[in-house]
Design a protein around this ligand. Structure first.
Ligand SMILES: [Zn+2]
Ligand SMILES: [Zn+2]
Ligand SMILES: [Zn+2]
Length: 485
């Protein structure tokens, strides 16, 4: 790779810097997984090669554990599944995802050695494991994983030292990258991408990383692409500039982001946004004209934190009416006190609009999603992927509510962002493009003849149920790497 260069940073260990100039949307590098596995709970719902969700998957006839879209994915998988398949048969059942990933890494090391593999800047051996920073709880889990690993690992295979196995488990713990399904809606697995591990964190980064499941349908056609991550530039990057991504969601005040980074990744963030507390004032904004006292503000924030916990619980149990009730009660407390960009209010607006549009109360949902989108636009980097996804949701909600002008505007904005963060061939970007074209056509009809537009809409609504949005899920964990919080 001539596009990037490894260098020693000041205090952050190794890093990557640009060896040429990049512009928004450029793919700086793409990387295939060194090893990757599907989460335990989804092994029969997601393809073990490309990590796409499918209604119907083919099962490996040998172990009855692995599942694939088709023969192409099954054939692609064999080099990595062969040993695993035999071990699962022998062991009687598949171990948990951590052990499966560790074993896949070890089998690859057994085949190729632990040194540098082709196209990698860094070897698995020299990745950081942070085992020395583990607390009691983490150490206990590590010991359990070690035991399970030794039970699973075949006796006739290469035998590794305990310390080396711990190293691999530690690497997985802090460098495992979360993989999502083809719509980017659900976290479905975890993989190790060595080059990506060299990209340091910044809360206001110049790059984003996106998982692309690839296109496995036609192995010998020009459309065939393999699953990979892509590091993409969010704006102009000059030669010599360090490349950074954000490991956590930006929508937390810097103290909370720093705490999360310390806990999950064992470092103190010294990025400019954290040092200067940039945007903290907006994230904690209060209603200026009301001049609420600090005590009142504190009370409302405490109330919001407790409410959010209850709301998340109700949402994960599918109790959507309860979610709506709790959100409304919380908003009622927040509205007289908190400002429009306050993150505690935005959190409620985001959940409320998502759940209401799922329950088909699209008119109400549109209003809340507009407030969410306006707040996000003031806080996020203009090319933030999360912002793009939120604008897409808000746009679709407006469109479904018949607010075609606002809906089309938001869908266009979302499309512009996803062209940068996901690229033009990603399935989500393609969905958005189709929506952009459709809403543009409807908008033209609306502008020419409002009456006809509503007539057409009415007919469309009678003929078919408006496409229902996916069921709200607890979003992909805000950290890009796998580590449990
Ligand atoms: Zn597949
Ligand atoms: Zn098998
Ligand atoms: Zn920071």
């Amino acid at each position: 790779m001539e596009t990037v260069e490894v260098f020693d940073t000041d205090g952050k260990g190794r890093g990557l810097k640009a060896a040429k100039e990049f512009w928004a949307g450029d793919v700086i590098f793409a990387e295939r997984a060194y090893a990757a596995v599907v989460f335990d709970s989804l092994t029969h719902l997601v393809c073990h090669t490309c990590f796409k969700r499918h209604a119907k998957l083919h099962r490996c006839g040998q172990c009855k554990f692995a599942h694939y879209c088709d023969r192409t994915c099954q054939k692609d998988a064999w080099v990595n599944h062969k040993n695993e398949c035999a071990a699962i048969k022998k062991h009687g059942k598949a171990p948990n995802e951590n052990i499966r990933l560790a074993a896949r890494i070890m089998w690859r090391i057994e085949r190729e050695g632990g040194g540098l593999t082709e196209g990698c800047f860094v070897s698995i051996d020299s990745l950081q494991n942070h085992v020395e920073h583990f607390g009691e709880e983490e150490k206990k889990e590590l010991r359990l994983d070690l035991e399970s690993f030794l039970e699973f690992w075949p006796h006739d295979g290469k035998q590794f030292a305990m310390q080396y196995i711990s190293h691999i488990l530690g690497v997985i713990n802090c460098n495992g990258f979360t993989l999502s399904d083809q719509r980017g809606l659900q976290a479905v697995g975890v993989g190790i991408f060595p080059n990506l591990c060299l990209v340091n964190h910044d809360c206001w980064p110049n790059c984003t990383v996106i998982f692309n499941n690839g296109n496995h349908e036609a192995v010998r056609s020009m459309f065939h692409t393999q699953m990979r991550i892509e590091l993409r530039a969010l704006g102009k990057i000059s030669i010599g500039e360090e490349l950074t991504v954000s490991y956590v969601d930006f929508l937390n005040v810097c103290e909370d982001r720093r705490q999360q980074l310390k806990k999950q990744y064992y470092f103190d963030c010294t990025c400019e946004h954290c040092q200067k507390g940039i945007k903290d004032d907006l994230m904690l904004a209060v209603k200026e004209e009301e001049k609420p006292s600090p005590e009142v503000v504190k009370d409302v924030i405490q109330f919001s934190k407790e409410a959010i916990e209850k709301i998340d619980k109700a949402r994960s149990e599918g109790l959507y009416k309860e979610v709506v009730k709790l959100c409304r009660a919380c908003l009622e407390k927040q509205e007289p006190v908190l400002g429009d960009t306050n993150i505690y209010m935005l959190r409620i607006l985001s959940i409320l609009s998502e759940v209401l549009s799922y329950l088909q109360h699209v008119d109400e949902a549109a209003g809340y999603s507009k407030r969410m989108a306006d707040g996000y636009l003031k806080l996020y980097h203009p090319n933030n992927a999360q912002l793009g996804m939120a604008l897409m949701r808000a746009g679709v909600t407006h469109w479904h509510a018949g607010l075609i002008e606002a809906g089309h505007g938001m869908i266009c904005k979302a499309y512009a962002i996803l062209l940068v963060t996901h690229g033009p061939t990603h399935p989500i970007t393609k969905d958005l493009e189709a929506m952009r074209i459709q809403t543009e056509m409807e908008l033209r009809m609306f502008q020419q003849n409002e009456f006809m537009y509503y007539k057409m809409r009415e007919a469309a609504l009678q003929n078919q149920q408006i496409q229902v949005l996916p069921e709200p899920t607890n979003e992909i964990s805000p950290g890009i790497f796998q580590k449990k919080q």
